[in-house]
Design a binder for this molecule. Structure first.
Ligand code: AMP
Length: 211
């Protein structure tokens, strides 16, 4: 199974990808996670990418496409791409890569969420910088302010989850990534899923498209 997940920031791509991975033999490949690992490690890619990530802009296509070429070469089972492609140029590069590897895509899932829901979800999101656990100030608060319930690591707000950055990420999404819906609709791969409701409702919608 080779699937891509598209949607605005805060659509729940990461959460739903983990749920799908528990049911199907797929590698969950998140470009955001790979970039953040590079930033933490201080690699040349991380140093370059950080400038764009902190301001909510997209990392240049050339860097992302090379990074994904290397990552996809290591795939042994199916995959679920979370956060890639994010531009039409990236989608075209992925098509080329899939041709070279004789691995056609099976589906593109578009998680649809209204902008104001995104701002509420991400503005309240907090993450453990040690184990990656995710909390929400109203929906799922950690018990002790600033401390992770699971590993006692520091719970922080991601720099790019500040409201002005969220709004910038949304406008980048509408300009660069939303056109991918039409791109994948033309190739008959697109499935639209309402991701604006609670987690269980989104899971049920995904099940209705076979995931
Ligand atoms: P995410 O965790 O998917 O929201 O990604 C966090 C940030 O990483 C984004 O705001 C971008 O700056 C960068 N990023 C992730 N994936 C891509 C991509 N496919 N193309 C360009 N930038 C990306």
């Amino acid at each position: 199974m080779r699937i891509i997940l598209i949607g605005p920031p805060g659509a729940g791509k990461g959460t739903q990808a983990v749920a799908v991975k528990s049911k199907f033999p797929v590698d969950h490949i998140s470009t955001g996670d790979i970039l953040r690992e590079n930033v933490r490690a201080g690699s040349p890619l991380g140093i370059e990418a950080k400038k764009f990530m902190d301001s909510g802009s997209l990392v240049p296509d050339v860097l992302i496409i090379e990074m994904m070429r290397e990552r996809l070469a290591k795939v042994s089972v199916g995959f679920m791409l979370d956060g890639f492609p994010r531009t039409v140029a990236q989608a075209e590069a992925l098509d080329e890569l899939m041709k070279e590897m004789s691995m056609p895509l099976d589906a593109a899932i578009l998680l649809e969420v209204p902008d104001e829901t995104v701002v509420k979800r991400l503005g309240g999101r907090r993450v453990c910088s040690s184990c990656g656990a995710i909390f929400h100030v109203t929906g799922n608060p950690n018990k002790i302010e600033g401390i992770c319930d699971i590993c006692s690591g520091p719970v922080i707000q991601r720099d790019d989850d500040r409201e002005e950055v969220i709004r910038r990420r949304l406008s980048v999404y509408h300009k660069n990534t939303a056109p991918l819906a039409e791109y994948y609709e033309k190739s008959g791969l697109l499935h639209r899923v309402d991701a604006g409701g609670p987690l269980d409702a989104v899971k049920a919608h995904l099940e209705s498209v076979g995931l």
